[in-house]
Design a protein around this ligand. Structure first.
Ligand SMILES: [Zn+2]
Ligand SMILES: [Zn+2]
Ligand SMILES: [Zn+2]
Length: 265
């Protein structure tokens, strides 16, 4: 089954341009240097139905969904509870109202679910009087759990994000590993035979909880996907200048980029 990945956002937590900064990347006229907070959508056709799964809903989710004409969401998978990945959860409200009769499923590990419940207590509290709260339901996704969504299997891939263990996701022959500094041996086994690997590459310099450009390149060599795209990039990464130094099979993502994928594993 064929599908497509849409990069909703390719930037780091602060976004690019970064507030208050006038550097060459923040003031660049290259649209690929304008990066909203990190998220992807996975889209495929399921008979007559167009299916859309979103991984993370950051603070830019509403604008991203308008830009990419997302009118329906079948499920959301969360990687972890940092603000750049969850703050747009409330903007699922209008999409969740259309999801009747079922509630829109949100998949998250316990740590992420706890933060979602706390930040959006008016949504998850059964006694909440808020009449137009999101019609969503949390589903537990821990370790190497998998969840099927309309014929596509989503596999959680644990990765290290500094000292935190967070979720990456594999679907068919593609994987999305945002926010990671290293991939444990047991997770490497879940990443065999990939056509497409998307991974965190924050900036040129090292960082305690994100891979930098050269570390990300070493993970590509280790995992051996057919092609790789980097994401979660800061304003220290100029798109054209950085990509010019890369081998042909490794590219930088940018907001709005679409990549065809195979969703059968
Ligand atoms: Zn992040
Ligand atoms: Zn800047
Ligand atoms: Zn993070």
């Amino acid at each position: 089954m064929k599908g497509e990945i849409v990069f909703l956002g390719s930037g780091t937590s602060m976004g690019v341009p970064t507030l208050g900064c006038r550097c060459a990347v923040c003031t660049s006229s290259d649209k690929r240097n304008r990066r909203t907070r990190p998220s992807i959508a996975v889209e495929w056709q399921d008979g007559d139905a167009a299916r859309t799964v979103v991984i993370d809903t950051g603070p830019d989710f509403r604008e991203q969904a308008l830009r990419e004409d997302i009118r329906h969401v079948d499920a959301v998978f969360y990687t972890h509870a940092h603000s750049d990945h969850i703050l747009g959860m409330d903007d699922l409200r209008p999409l969740s109202f259309q999801h009747r009769p079922e509630l829109l499923p949100l998949y998250a590990d316990d740590a992420t679910a706890a933060v979602l419940r706390r930040n959006f207590d008016y949504t998850f509290d059964k006694d909440s009087p808020y009449p137009t709260k999101a019609r969503v339901e949390l589903h537990r996704m821990e370790g190497e759990d998998t969840a099927p969504v309309h014929g596509v299997r989503f596999q959680r891939v644990p990765v290290q994000h500094g000292r935190l263990t967070v979720g990456g996701y594999r679907f068919g022959r593609a994987a999305y590993l945002t926010d990671m500094s290293s991939i444990p041996e047991s997770s490497l086994a879940l990443l065999e035979g990939l056509d497409v690997l998307i991974l965190d590459a924050l900036r040129p310099q090292p960082h305690p909880s994100h891979a930098n450009l050269s570390e990300a390149m070493r993970w590509v060599e280790r995992v051996q996907p057919r092609r790789a795209w980097f994401t979660h990039m800061s304003h220290e990464v100029d798109h054209a200048a950085t990509e010019a130094t890369f081998p042909e099979h490794v590219r930088l993502s940018y907001d709005g980029l679409r990549i065809p994928i195979e969703l059968t594993q």
